[in-house]
Design a protein around this ligand. Structure first.
Ligand SMILES: Nc1ncnc2c1ncn2[C@@H]1O[C@H](COP(=O)(O)OP(=O)(O)OP(=O)(O)O)[C@@H](O)[C@H]1O
Ligand SMILES: [Mg+2]
Length: 242
């Protein structure tokens, strides 16, 4: 099963969700491989401590032919979970042939229960190739109307590609009414998108701190409000996967 975490809008929390869901689903007994498919930034690898070794996805995508042995050698372990990392390199990014991405995933599909892919923002080849390879899609937005509008485009693209859209996660939800804020209510977001709401993750400063400490918030501050919401989300995602 390949599940992509997707939003056309940047900075809404795709990488944060992927890192934390990867850890939680793995601890729930699912054999998970997290895939850092943001070739330009390698943010997922960075969120997880930056332990990419010397080779990463770029090297696989710039080879002549992808071999299973090379793919397996590229995998690394972070917090007890497997990761296909990106080792940041501008040259590597420019040389990477995205058309090889399916051959990288092919041998891994049988080895893992779940390939959880962190995708880059935007609607371009870099984001569409991982989406095309996915079975299911988890959309992410903030309650901001611009973000919701952008994620509705992501939903439409996923539907056109005949992907199963699992639902939407609303991230960075602030409490109460904020004067001058254009935050939509979670119910409004799911109504606009006509999607199942899979989770509401609060705005929580522990998230920013956890990223600086290179440790996902569910491990860094397990009792924080964001961690609690992420555990509830992981429970719902597990139900959707079964
Ligand atoms: N629930 C939250 N509370 C507070 N800050 C958050 C929360 N979720 C994410 N952030 C902050 O938002 C920023 C962007 O998060 P993240 O990198 O996960 O988004 P992204 O969608 O992957 O971005 P990009 O599109 O650039 O890949 C991070 O700096 C993080 O600290
Ligand atoms: Mg990201």
């Amino acid at each position: 099963m390949i599940l992509s975490v997707v939003s056309a809008k940047g900075g809404v929390g795709k990488t944060t969700l992927t890192a934390n869901l990867g850890i939680l689903l793995s601890r729930a007994g699912i054999k998970v491989l997290m895939v850092d498919a943001d070739l330009a930034s390698g943010d997922l690898t960075q969120h997880l401590g930056g332990k990419g070794g010397s080779r990463g996805l770029h090297a696989l995508l710039s080879s002549e032919r992808v071999s299973e042995e090379e793919v397996n050698k590229t995998l690394t372990q972070v917090f007890g979970v497997s990761l296909l990392p990106v080792v940041p390199s501008l040259r590597g990014f420019l040389k990477a042939k995205l058309e090889l991405f399916p051959s990288v995933l092919a041998p891994l599909k049988d080895q893992y229960d779940l390939l959880l892919i962190d995708t880059p923002p935007g609607l371009n080849k870099n984001s569409l190739v991982p989406l095309t390879e996915s079975d299911k899609v988890l959309l992410v937005t903030t309650p901001d109307p611009v973000s919701v509008s952008d994620v509705s485009t992501s939903r439409d693209v996923a539907v056109l590609l005949e992907k199963n859209v699992m639902g939407v996660v609303i991230n960075r939800v602030r409490r109460g009414f904020l004067f001058g804020s254009r935050q939509l209510r979670p119910r409004e977001v799911t109504n606009i998108l006509k999607l199942k709401g899979l989770g509401i993750i609060p705005e929580d400063k522990a998230v920013g701190e956890s990223i600086l400490s290179k440790k996902p918030v569910v491990l860094y501050r397990p009792r924080s409000p964001a961690s609690k919401a992420l555990r509830e989300l992981a429970g719902r995602v597990r139900e959707e996967l079964s």
